[in-house]
Each structure stands twice: as C-alpha cells, then as structure tokens.
Write a protein that binds this ligand. Structure first.
Ligand SMILES: [Zn+2]
Ligand SMILES: [Zn+2]
Length: 371
C-alpha cells in the first residue's frame, strides 16, 4: 500500500490544516502530509498488561483505539488490518489485487510495539546496499528499482511469561583414570610401560529445578516462515513502547494467524529446551544420560506485540521473490534471483584455474628420465 491509499480516510487530522497526519520514522512523531506540522505522540508510560493465558475470551482486549477492518488476500491468504472504510488496493505480502474485506473478526489488541525507525528511503537504500554485496545477480535485476513495491508492515508476535517447576532424574557420569602397566616388544626386547586409561563411573541423581521465564518471543505471523524472520535479525526489544494507534498510521498491521494457544505450544518447546540445558549443567559431571524431566507451568501470561518490517515482493522472469528490511535496525534478508549464465561462467573459470594448477603441478613433479 502506498501513502496515497492511506490518505483516503483521515484518522488523525492535522490541527492546523486538517490534512492527514501519519507516523514519521525520522522524527518519531506524527507529521502532517500537507503542511509538515509535527506533533508528539503522548507516550504511554504504564507497564504493559500481561494477560492470563487460561482466562479465555473475557480477558481479551480487542479495542485498538481506532476503527479498522480485516482484509484477506485471495491469492496468498495473508490477512491484514487497515483503517475502516479504506479500500484496500494491493496485497502487501504478494502484490495481488484480490484483496477482500472480511466479516467482523475480533483481534486481540497489541500491548506494545516498536515504531518504525527505518523509513521507505532508508529501506530502499538498505536493499540497494544488500544487492551490491550479492554475487551472480542478473544485471537487469541489479538495475531494477524495487522501492515502489515496499510495504511497511507490523508483524505480530506473542511473548509469554511462565513459572516452571521441574523434577528430574538422570545418570551422571564422571571420568576417572587408572594407570595400567602393559608390555610391548621393541627391537626384539620386551619392555613394560604404563598407560592412563579412562573409565566412567555412573550414579543416579535427582532433584528439583525452578525457573521463571520472562518474555519468550514467538512469531504469530502466517506470512513469513520462521527462517526468514530469523534472518531478519534480532529486534532490540528495549525499544518497545506502549501501543498507540498513531504508530500504525501509514502502515499495515498483519493479523496474527497463529493464535495465542498455538503460540504457547511453541513457547513451551523453547522453554523446555532451555530447561534441558539448565538441568544438564546443574547435574554437572562429564556426561549425563537417561535424563527425565517433568515440568509444571504456572502463572502463564501473554502479551501481543507488533514489530516493524518493510516487505517487498517482486517477480523476476515470472518467478516470485521476497525480501524484507528490519524496520528498526535496517537489516536486510531475502532471496534474490541468480544469473545462471554468470554462475556457469564462474564455475568454468574456476575449473580452468584448477586445470592450470594441475598441469603445472604435474609438469614440476615429472619423474627423472630412466637411464
Ligand atoms: Zn497540516
Ligand atoms: Zn497476497
């Protein structure tokens, strides 16, 4: 979506001229698109509320502080939230025009978000710099200007807090050494020598282990595979601010497609991994085997977060590609087309070098002529 369509419905009118105000990544304030007036966003200093995971629907806060609609792409299935009455133009994920409004769906409101720090121009520059560093790009792709297809999207995440209490049992192995005397035959004479031999002493251990987990971050996006999100790099979560609808103006929020229940399952898997590591080192010893852990979880709470990214989809020779720019740090990740011709040329050049080296080596190692 470009700025034009965001302006169709004025959510935040300018106090001086009535023009639309959108969030400005440079100043971190609202900026009038007509007269350039800047306005602070009143920050919410209250600590984000954590919601009980088990409380069900009653605890869901679905008031985003603005009227909005859910739209869904008929091509890729991507769902996003845009201001009410605004007509959606193109799917921000795949560029398809088959975007349809959905019947009213309640969406859990985010508690906090990281506002965009990288604006469209920064994202374009970051993408160009990334392209420059890549090998084997087709020349036509290198020259192509992809900035027009960038969409600023807030990607949904869940974070979970939980207390854990585990009881475990395992066999701990400790290495010991003994000196053994051996014999060997040297030059026809038998002699004795000593050798250090390692052996492991195993004994059963058991115990209790408690740990509280804070802010386990799990993507709730259905549009990006985990790998792409991982490559997008770590967000600096100390930049989180309390949610305000102003931050969304001019951007799109992706609707979470992984519910908080499914997100918790993922969080639990990460927590269990961390617990395994903790308990292994608590047990100590040189080796641990038959480790059994029984964990109880308590006081699980969740928060809904939005993190900023620039997304672009493009097709090159009728194949789709996607790249993203971290909206906070400017880190770029994605897939780029490769020129088959350039790769072939490179491989042939490498083979030529190897062949030359082999010939040179062979000629320098030539056996002396027989007498
Ligand atoms: Zn104005
Ligand atoms: Zn789509």
């Amino acid at each position: 979506m470009d700025t034009q369509s965001a302006q169709e419905v004025i959510q935040f009118p300018c106090e001086s001229c009535g023009g639309p105000m959108l969030f400005d990544a440079d100043s971190q304030r609202m900026k009038c698109q007509y007269c350039g007036r800047l306005q602070e966003i009143a920050t919410d200093a209250s600590i984000p509320r954590e919601h009980e995971l088990d409380d069900g629907k009653e605890d869901e806060d679905t008031d985003w502080g603005m009227s909005q609609q859910t739209v869904k792409c008929g091509s890729c299935g991507g769902e996003s939230l845009i201001p009410a009455r605004q007509t959606a133009t193109l799917c921000p994920f795949c560029g398809s025009a088959k975007v349809l409004p959905q019947p009213d769906t309640a969406n859990i409101k985010p508690e906090s978000l990281i506002p965009f720090r990288i604006d469209r121009d920064d994202a374009t520059a970051a993408f160009r710099a990334w392209k420059k560093k890549l090998w084997f790009l087709p020349s036509s792709f290198k020259r192509e200007n992809t900035s027009a297809r960038l969409a600023g999207i807030y990607i949904p995440y869940w974070t979970y807090d939980a207390g854990t209490s585990s009881s475990y049992s395992a066999e701990r192995g400790d290495y010991h050494y003994r000196t053994v005397t051996k014999t060997r035959v040297v030059n026809g004479k038998t002699e004795t020598y000593t050798e250090q031999q390692r052996y492991t002493v195993w004994h059963w251990v058991s115990g209790e282990y408690d740990r509280f987990f804070n802010d386990v971050l799990v993507p709730a996006s259905g549009q990006y595979d985990a790998k792409l999100l991982e490559r997008l790099g770590d967000f600096e979560l100390n930049g989180l601010l309390g949610y305000k609808p102003e931050y969304l103006s001019g951007y799109i929020a992706e609707r979470y497609s992984i519910g908080r229940g499914r997100g918790w399952e993922e969080a639990k898997a990460r927590i269990d991994d961390a617990l395994r590591g903790d308990i292994r080192s608590e047990i100590g010893g040189d080796e641990v085997r038959s480790l059994k852990i029984d964990t109880g979880y308590s006081d699980q709470t969740y928060k809904h977060l939005l993190l900023p990214a620039w997304n672009a989809n493009y097709t090159y020779k009728s194949k789709p590609y996607r790249f993203m720019v971290n909206g906070q740090t400017g880190l770029v990740s994605g897939k780029a087309p490769r020129s088959a011709w350039k790769i072939t040329f490179f491989v042939l050049a490498c083979l030529a070098v190897v062949a030359a080296l082999v010939l040179w080596y062979a000629s320098s190692q030539q056996a002396p002529p027989l007498e």
